[in-house]
Design a protein around this ligand. Structure first.
Ligand code: FAD
Length: 465
């Protein structure tokens, strides 16, 4: 029997890779991991964690304003971008060290450097070659940038966390969750924000009511939307500002060009597969560029697995973590463990935030003959005194025949916290009657989910028969 330097070699020290390495080591496997940048990966270094800290920082401007209605008088608030970024940097350095030291404590050999595959059992990393029985590719993804003239003047989510100063005028290109989150961050911190997106409405794939509600709320905060518009050209002026040209049929002549201090592209992410040597060993990719895997995360090469964003399925940290853990358990644990991605809750840390789980109304209508829709759109208690004109949306999508709740959606304060609990109910197959039978917590916004009474019913004629 061949002997290997390691039983398990993990490429990429992000959410999926770190979890897989630690779980495998916990099962007694000899494990090594290689990371080319900083341990913790996208989520810790330039994703979820720093993003949420910036969201929290940016919300204070509204909190200060809202406080007046509750009797507070505050001196005018001052904000320091430098102080915020320094605090954020300290926290992510601390977290990155925790990730790395936890790996070491779990008995994993921790390597620094870019890794690539030489053959199905050989990895080159840090200038050395290592043989491994099993290999996990967990190299994540990176921002996609279109090739238009002047794109080199734009930044992505990789650079935005390190900007030297807060830009006064920001253009955000894209309509996905990262674009709307950064629109809220810069708006809350005092920048003038324009969001340009070539589609009809932000947040493609989310429930249409959610998309429209957030669009309205963001507009109320003076975020300027340019929908059905795309950037054609970016020019840097001698004073450093950026002149941006747009195409699209909407608007008058003045709307075709604008000047900004920063242009942030959030136009999607692509799997990190380049330079890994995948072509040398014939690893199959999906048409979208993600590594093709089966339900156990195995590629077409039986000893090579892939997890997380590099597979381009559901690009979220908890999903990458689940996949990494399941692969380690399949290879070294007592049971083969597939990952069930049927009901994955998610949040958008927009302002106000979104929490969502299960099917949108249109997805439910495609799959079911008849659905019941329950929705409430209301002014939350806090804003009766703050005077802010912000509204909360809660919505349930229910299968008429079985009365099973297919989807739960919310736009409003604490929606990401609230949706986590509802996800458990949906996974357990809760019906509308189960929601109705649950006693409310009062006074909360979440109680609306158990007091929804008014319904509208929608039919899919193609499903009749
Ligand atoms: P990653 O965490 O990206 O880790 C991959 C690692 O591999 C990286 O550290 C990289 O440096 C390393 N690497 C790449 N190639 C090599 C190589 N050849 N050799 C060695 N190392 C290599 N998800 C959420 O759930 N909630 C959120 O709120 C959220 N917010 C986000 C905000 C932003 C701005 C971004 C960009 C992402 C956000 N995400 C969020 C998504 C989340 O960060 C990813 O889904 C998650 O990090 C994926 O984990 P992963 O292990 O697949 O990849």
């Amino acid at each position: 029997m061949a002997t290997f330097d390691y039983q398990f070699f993990v490429i990429g020290g992000g959410s999926g890779g770190v979890r897989a390495a630690r779980i495998a080591a916990g099962f007694g496997a000899r494990v090594a991991i290689a990371e080319e940048y900083r341990y913790g990966g996208t989520c810790v270094i330039r994703g979820c964690v720093p993003k949420k800290l910036l969201v929290q920082a940016s919300h204070f401007s509204e909190d200060f304003a809202d406080a007046e209605g509750f009797g507070w008088t505050l001196p005018s608030a001052q904000f320091s971008w430098e102080k915020l970024i320094a605090g954020k940097n300290t926290e992510i350095s601390r977290l990155s060290e925790v990730y790395e030291s936890n790996l070491g404590r779990s008995g994993v050999t921790v390597l620094h450097g870019t890794a690539r595959l030489l053959d199905a059992h050989t990895v080159e990393a840090s200038g050395k070659r290592f043989s491994a029985e099993f290999i996990l590719i967990a190299t994540g993804g990176r921002p996609f940038l279109p090739s238009i003239p002047g794109i080199e003047h734009a930044i992505t989510s990789n650079e935005v966390f390190e900007l030297a100063q807060l830009p006064k005028r920001v253009l955000i290109v894209g309509g996905g969750y990262i674009a709307v989150e950064f629109s809220g961050i810069f708006n809350g911190l005092g920048s003038e924000v324009t969001l340009a997106y070539r589609g009809e409405q932000i947040l493609r794939g989310f429930d249409d009511d959610v998309r429209a509600h957030l669009h309205d709320e963001m507009s109320k905060k003076d975020i300027h939307f340019m929908l059905r518009r795309d950037v054609t050209n970016i020019d840097r002026r001698t004073d450093g500002a950026l002149d941006v040209m747009f195409n699209g049929s909407v608007g008058n002549q003045d709307d075709k060009g604008h000047t900004f201090d920063a242009v942030l592209y959030a136009t999607g992410r692509i799997p990190n597969v380049g330079g890994l040597g995948l072509e040398n060993i014939g690893i199959h990719l999906e048409p979208d560029g993600g590594i093709a895997v089966d339900e156990f995360g195995c590629t077409n090469i039986p000893n090579i697995y892939a997890a997380g964003d590099v597979t381009n399925r559901i690009a979220l940290t908890p999903v990458a973590i689940r996949e990494g853990a399941a692969i380690a358990s399949t290879l070294f644990g007592p049971t083969r463990t597939p990952v069930d991605l049927a009901i994955v809750p998610s949040a958008v840390f927009s302002q106000p935030p979104i929490g969502t789980v299960g099917l949108s109304e249109s997805e439910a209508l495609e799959r079911h003959q008849e659905i019941d829709i329950y929705r409430a759109d209301f002014r939350p208690l806090r804003h009766t005194l703050s005077g802010r004109n912000e509204r909360t949306l809660v919505k349930l999508v229910v299968d008429t025949a079985s009365q099973r709740v297919l989807g739960a959606h919310m736009v409003g304060a604490d929606a990401p916290e609230i949706i986590q609990g509802l996800a458990i109910a949906l996974r357990m197959g809760a019906t509308k009657a189960d929601f109705d039978a649950t006693v409310a917590v009062h006074p909360t916004a979440a109680e609306e989910f158990v007091t929804l009474r008014e319904k509208s019913t929608r039919c899919n004629p193609q499903k009749k028969g």
